[in-house]
Design a binder for this molecule. Structure first.
Ligand code: GLC
Length: 553
């Protein structure tokens, strides 16, 4: 792609903030908007040009904001609309855009829309959600299992009917077939555009279109239910809704959109992104789901090979090669920390974090850094399920027990895949509560904060944070890394991840040893100039465990 045609969001780095866990300025134990404003210079120094905020709207917080009760407000625990406007103004001064999260598959069950909808079968919003009668025996309309576990249907006494929820019962699915619903959602997005936001991340969007007929699925667990994802994700007709969304909201604004598109295969990506697509980018999850048994969303770990990871990442790179663009990401608020997710459990976490960063910042696409990833934050492992806040960890635990696993095994799955791994408070320094809050944090702080923290790492030139800054600067100075073509090298090697990024006659090569053993470097790499290396004394023909290197071809 010609470098001069790149848009601002293709040349920048996006940083994802989980506001509840980022920085608390009031002592409430919960992060807030002023906490984000306070740390804008930290993000600027990292080379960040946009911040994706997970939902900050009023919410009962059953799913920490992904259950919205008012689409045009700010939750009081995060501050006020004036605080938000200040955040936008201060970000603007630093040339950083604020990107909002649109949760449009479902609302909260406390949203006034739902309260009205459930009040009777003939109120003006009766059809704003998905209501069905039960089966003749009174059981749920279908055997669909929600993504968080348990039936995807909840009975409502007032209407004597069931409503559908792809996620928790507190997150009823909106009925996108109803044009009034779509208009209300588009109005809310336009409201935020008027406030000056720089883009949207669109949540769980592959679930908005439901099948024309609601039928039982083949049971895939001992509970007799069938996971809703395989039955409703990416249903034909969904793109019509999204084209309308694009026309009525996105078009004509200098913003970017990124859809959460679990269920869209790489071969379908060109209908979703690019010239005739609906979004600028979509999060495609093949690489994140690789370490999970059967590709189930919240499930137990399984064996995987580096060659498979390289293949799925290369497939999505290939799918957007000539049309479209992709985000590059290895962490978010729903995923384990990448040093635990993708590396041997005995791997040195600092080296692993640098290895991951090198892939993240040199692949083609817009890199998304999730808060704390730049510090090399790791998973936690609390003793009992009661210590976990994440609603899906509870569902996953109960599901594992029902499937016949022991409590210890169920906890192992939770340790591996709990979303709380990524939601522990940001580690700013080695003072009380990692400098996150003077009150009692809403979630336990990771106990490694005494060493893994921003203040410490800022002072240390060999830290993970310093490595991120170095690569971020290198990326901004080498056009090959933004505009260059991607080519996978050594596809079958099970230790080394290597690829080139070429623009006209210039080419850079990334080589990363993903294993905890040394890896011999094939001859064709050993005569190239080393530009950057994570080891202080690199050997030409050998990579030390987890060593990351960038070469000039
Ligand atoms: C998305 C969000 C996740 C949330 C779910 C329901 O997957 O990333 O955090 O729980 O949607 O809104």
């Amino acid at each position: 792609m010609a470098a001069e045609n790149l848009k601002w969001w293709q040349k920048t780095i996006v940083y994802q903030i989980y506001p509840k866990s980022f920085a608390d300025t009031t002592g409430s134990g919960t992060g807030d908007l002023n906490g984000i404003t306070k740390h804008l210079d930290y993000l600027k120094n990292l080379g960040v040009g946009a911040i994706w905020l997970t939902p900050i709207y009023p919410s009962p917080m059953v799913d920490n904001g992904y259950d919205i009760s008012d689409y045009m407000g700010i939750d009081p625990s995060y501050g006020t609309m004036a605080d938000f406007e200040k955040l936008i103004a201060e970000s603007d001064k630093r040339n950083i855009k604020i990107v909002m999260d649109l949760v449009y598959n479902h609302s909260s069950d406390k949203n006034s829309w739902f309260l009205e909808s459930k009040s009777s079968k003939n109120n003006p919003k009766a059809d704003w959600y998905i209501w069905r009668d039960g089966k003749p025996d009174g059981s749920a309309p279908t055997n669909w299992r929600s993504i968080f576990g348990g039936s995807a249907w909840t009975y409502c006494e007032e209407r004597k009917q069931f409503y559908l929820h792809t996620f928790a019962p507190a997150q009823p699915d909106l009925n996108w077939e109803n044009p009034e619903v779509r208009q209300a959602l588009f109005d809310a997005a336009n409201f935020w555009l008027d406030k000056g936001v720089g883009g949207f991340r669109i949540d769980a969007i592959t679930y908005i279109k439901k099948p024309s007929e609601f039928k039982d699925g083949k049971p895939d667990g001992k509970d007799g239910m069938s996971g809703i994802h395989n039955l409703t994700a990416n249903t034909a007709g969904i793109l019509d809704f999204l084209h309308e969304f694009k026309q009525k909201v996105f078009i004509g604004h200098d913003i970017f959109t990124v859809g959460e598109a679990n269920g869209v295969a790489p071969e379908d990506l060109n209908k979703w992104v690019g010239k005739d697509g609906v979004f600028d980018m979509v999060f495609e999850f093949s690489h994140m789901n690789l370490p999970l048994k059967n590709g189930e969303i919240w499930c137990r770990p399984t064996e995987w090979k580096l060659s498979e990871l390289k293949k799925v990442l290369s497939d999505s790179q290939a799918a957007t090669k000539n049309n479209g663009w992709c985000p590059v990401f290895f962490e978010n608020h729903d995923q384990p920390r990448s040093v635990n997710h993708f590396f041997d459990k005995n791997a040195d976490k600092i080296k692993a974090a640098k290895a991951m960063a090198t892939i993240l910042l040199t692949l083609r696409g817009t890199p998304f850094i999730y808060e704390g990833q730049e510090l090399g934050c790791t998973n936690v492992a609390w003793n009992s399920i009661e210590q976990y806040n994440d609603i899906s960890s509870h569902g996953q635990y109960d599901f594992a027990i029902k499937e016949g696993f022991t409590k210890e095994q169920a906890m192992e799955f939770v340790h591996f895949f709990s979303r709380d791994n990524a939601r522990t408070p940001m580690q700013w320094n080695d003072s009380k509560n990692a400098g996150f809050s003077t009150g009692t944090p809403w979630l336990f702080v990771n106990e490694n904060y005494k060493t893994v923290n921003a203040e410490n790492e800022e002072k240390n030139p060999d830290s993970v944070l310093s490595w991120y800054k170095k690569l971020s600067k290198f990326r901004s100075e080498n056009l090959e890394l933004t505009a260059g073509d991607y080519k996978l090298l050594l596809p079958d090697d099970e230790k080394i991840f290597a690829f080139s990024r070429s623009l006209e006659k210039n080419s850079l090569i990334t080589v990363v040893n993903f294993s905890t053993e040394p890896a011999e470097l094939p001859k064709e790499f050993s005569n190239k100039k080393i530009l950057i290396d994570s080891e202080s004394q690199p050997e030409k023909n050998l990579l030390k465990p987890l060593e990351a290197r960038i070469l000039r071809n």
